[in-house]
Structures are given as structure tokens and as C-alpha cells.
Write a protein that binds this ligand. Structure first.
Ligand code: FMN
Length: 426
């Protein structure tokens, strides 16, 4: 597929995104262009309704090379245990090739590269530290070495309940939440957990944060007590240590400057990584990214930083990684739903090919049918996906309409065949 031409050369109508990295002059001060990119990670963003276990399984089969998949958010419960559905979502048996244990380089058959294994990270949506800790321990018992906390969900059904980006409203409450989870995760109650000590992963950031006036006294944190952690790669954690916590956050609720107070708090704790989507809750997925505030956070964060937002092309990836050479990874959501081979391309591999895209979508439809035992339900999942997939066919706006109109599997297949047959750029 002529992806660069197709995707970067075209105004893509990402839902809720009016401006994108390739098309926007972004204000990224203070970093030299052209610096070599240091072996970054590529993560597939969690997307509720899209990147569940069925999608991940088929995606990983066709397009290996993602370093981490994240489950769409899993709410926590009073009992602190996972529902049957949530268990199925994370069950390693349902996630082939996506290791929960971050020290076992286990790869899919298709992945012949010498990269370490691909990991699955469960994401929790919770404002209750007790529920969070119990659920994290349950996940640790299943072998998960990293648990992600959702501080970004902007949904009107989530935020008023003080969850997702609603947790950014009250930084002191957020700090208490972290205090409680770190204290309780480190208390040694969970099987196989060890007491931990604080070792910052990016010591140079201490100086930065002190310069920016964001330094704070340390609370006792939890990282692996093994010496040499600073230099160990991502996959060096072991199931014997407590699960590490990572955070996926926005800049704030209404004002991007809220990120300064929030970073103060994030800097008090040892997170596996801090994934930043540089928008506020009010921005939803619209409006330009606040790259100036992202730059501030990148510079002053004591935790490894991952960038997330509006990456749609390999060139977007390069630009971000060159501008921010210390990024631990980039996380991509909608761009991968449009072009599932985007990470392969970003790593210098071949662009998306027409036949593999077609085969991928066909197998995905069959996998949904198999899962739901219902053509209608599978069709509805595929129609949702086509909202994104159709953006890879900008010359054919009618294609999406005919997919959406399809009432049966065979009508759907005909509509898809037509889109692929008329695609010029493949
Ligand atoms: C339909 C949809 C569902 C999403 N679900 C989640 C989710 O479950 N957890 C989460 O942290 N973010 C979720 N997000 C946000 C994405 O992970 C990501 O942060 C956002 O799309 C920006 O990245 P992108 O520009 O690469 O898509 C969702 C976004 C969309 C559009």
C-alpha cells in the first residue's frame, strides 16, 4: 500500500481530530532535529470497543512487532476480583504471543526478529485504591508484571464518577490514591511480592525537575531492589517482584497547565512509565495537541515518558522520536486502526499491502463471528472498525457508506471487495 502517499498525503478525518502531527507546525522547543532514535518501543493504545483480545490476537498474527498491547480499561469491583469476561480478556491462553510476564522473551511464530517479546498490559479504571490493589494482585497472580492506570478516559459516564481523567480534578486525592496503592502493593501481602526500594529510572530528570521547581521530597517507592535496574531493559522485571504500575494520563481536566501540579505528584512515585496524551479532558480527542506542555513534562519527568497522540504515519513517529530522543516509546491508537502495519513501517519494514490488509480483515470478521456465534454482532464490530479502516481509502468515500449499509455478511463482503478492487494505491 502506498501508505505514505495515502495516509500522510491526505487529510485524514480521524474522529475528533482536526489537526495532526504531520499537518501541523508543532511547537517542540529545545530538541535537536535529526538526532538518532534510541531503540524506542512501539505500543498499541488501548481502545475500548476496538482493541479487545480478538482484535489483538489477529493483529499480532498479521502484524507482529508491537512491543506492548494494552487492554481497553477494565473497571475494578468491590470484590477486587475480575469478572469472567475480564478474566477472558487477560487470560494468556486468549492472548497468544502477548506475554504477561515481562521477563520471558516469548514470541509468536511469525515474529522472527531479535526484538524481545511482545507484552500485554492490563489497564484498570479505578478511583478506589483498595479495589485497585486487590485487582492488581489478582493480575499479578496471573503473572502480569505491569498494571496500567487509566487517568485519561474523558467519557461523560466515567468522569463525573471521578474516574479516568476525572481523577485529575483533585491532585491531592490522586496523591493519596498513589500513596495507598504503593504502600499496599509493597506490604508483602500478595504472594511472591518483595519489599521494594526507590531507585529513579531517569536520574537526569531529577536535575530537570529541580530546575523547573517541580522537585518534591520522595515518598518511599517501589521498584525492584535488584541492583542494575537502571540499565535493565523492559523485559527484565520478574514475576517474583510486585507488579509495576504505569500511568496513562492527559494534561488535566480543563487547562493544560494543570499538568505541572500533576507532574509534581507523578514525580513522587516510581512508575514503570508515564504515558502522556497531551490533551485535556475537555479537548477529548479534538483540537491540537499541547506540545509545549508535553515538552515540559518530558523534560521534568522522573519516570520514563511515552508519547501518545495523533501519530498516523511512519514520518510522524520519526519526527516525535527525533524531537524527543529520550522517549521510552510511542503509543499509537487510531493510526494503527487505519493502517495496522504502521509500526512495521515505522521500524523500516514494508508498507501495508493490499492482500494482507484484506486477509487481516477477513480473519478478524471470522474471529468475531466465531466468538459471538452471531453474524450480526460480528458485522457490527467490523462496521465500527471500518470507520477507521476506510480512512486508508481516502479516494473512496462511498466505500464506508456501503459497508455501513450492509445488512448481512455477504453484503458486507461485497462492499469490502469493491473497496479493495477499486483501491488505486495498493
Ligand atoms: C474509541 C476509543 C476508545 C478508547 N478507549 C480507551 C481505553 O479503553 N483506555 C485508554 O486509556 N484510552 C482509550 N482511548 C484513548 C486512546 O488510547 C488514545 O489515547 C487516543 O486515541 C489518542 O491516541 P491516538 O491519537 O494515537 O489515537 C480510546 C480512544 C478512542 C477513540
Amino acid at each position: 500500500m502506498g501508505t505514505e502517499k495515502n495516509i500522510s498525503g491526505t487529510e485524514m478525518n480521524m474522529p475528533g481530530t482536526e489537526q495532526n502531527i504531520s499537518g501541523t507546525e508543532m511547537n517542540m522547543p529545545g530538541t535537536e532535529q535529526g538526532a538518532p532514535c534510541s531503540a524506542p518501543g512501539y505500543y498499541f493504545a488501548p481502545m475500548e470497543g476496538f482493541t479487545g483480545r480478538i482484535y489483538r490476537r489477529v493483529h499480532h498474527k498479521y502484524f507482529p512487532g508491537i512491543d506492548k498491547y494494552f487492554t481497553p480499561f477494565l473497571p475494578t469491583h468491590l470484590s477486587g476480583s475480575l469478572s469472567a469476561k475480564e478474566r477472558r480478556e487477560v487470560d494468556p491462553a486468549n492472548n497468544p504471543g502477548q506475554s504477561p510476564v515481562v521477563n520471558l522473551p516469548q514470541k509468536s511464530e511469525a515474529d522472527k526478529s531479535d526484538r524481545p517479546a511482545c507484552f500485554l498490559i492490563p489497564q484498570l479504571l479505578s478511583k478506589d485504591s483498595g479495589q485497585f490493589v486487590l485487582t492488581a494482585k489478582a493480575l499479578a497472580d496471573l503473572g502480569f508484571g505491569e498494571i496500567n492506570l487509566n487517568l485519561g478516559c474523558p467519557s461523560a459516564t466515567v468522569v463525573p464518577k471521578g474516574r479516568g481523567s476525572g481523577m485529575l480534578k483533585n491532585p491531592e486525592a490522586l496523591n493519596r490514591f498513589f500513596e495507598e496503592i504503593f504502600a499496599n502493593l509493597a506490604d508483602g501481602n500478595a504472594p511472591g511480592l518483595k519489599k521494594q526500594i526507590f531507585i529513579p529510572e531517569r536520574p537526569e530528570a531529577i536535575n530537570e525537575s529541580e530546575k523547573c521547581g517541580t522537585a518534591r521530597p520522595h515518598v518511599l517507592m517501589s521498584v525492584s531492589e535488584r541492583p542494575g535496574i537502571l540499565n535493565e531493559p523492559d523485559y527484565a522485571d520478574t514475576a517474583e517482584t510486585q507488579p509495576r504500575i504505569s500511568v496513562k494520563t492527559r494534561l488535566g481536566l480543563t487547562d493544560p497547565a494543570e499538568c505541572r501540579v500533576l507532574l509534581d505528584i507523578f514525580n513522587r512515585y516510581d512508575f514503570k512509565e508515564l504515558i502522556i496524551h497531551p490533551r485535556t479532558r475537555e479537548d477529548f480527542y479534538k483540537s491540537p495537541l499541547h506540545m509545549d506542555y508535553f515538552t515540559e513534562m518530558y523534560r521534568a519527568s522522573r519516570n520514563p515518558v511515552v508519547f501518545n497522540g495523533d501519530i498516523k504515519t511512519a514520518a510522524d513517529c520519526r519526527r516525535i522520536l527525533e524531537t524527543y530522543p529520550d522517549l521510552k516509546a510511542v503509543m499509537i491508537g487510531r493510526g494503527l486502526l487505519i493502517n495496522p502495519a504502521l509500526v512495521r513501517e515505522a521500524r523500516g519494514g514494508k508498507p501495508l499491502e493490499k492482500e494482507e490488509y484484506r486477509a487481516f480483515l477477513k480473519e478478524l470478521f471470522a474471529a468475531y463471528e466465531d466468538e459471538y456465534q452471531s453474524e450480526g454482532n460480528a458485522l457490527s464490530k467490523m462496521k465500527d472498525l471500518w470507520t477507521f479502516a476506510s480512512q486508508a481509502f481516502p479516494e473512496n468515500p462511498a466505500g464506508l457508506r456501503s459497508v455501513k449499509k450492509a445488512g448481512t455478511g455477504s453484503e458486507y463482503n461485497m462492499a469490502v471487495d469493491k473497496i479493495f478492487c477499486s483501491a488505486e494505491t495498493f
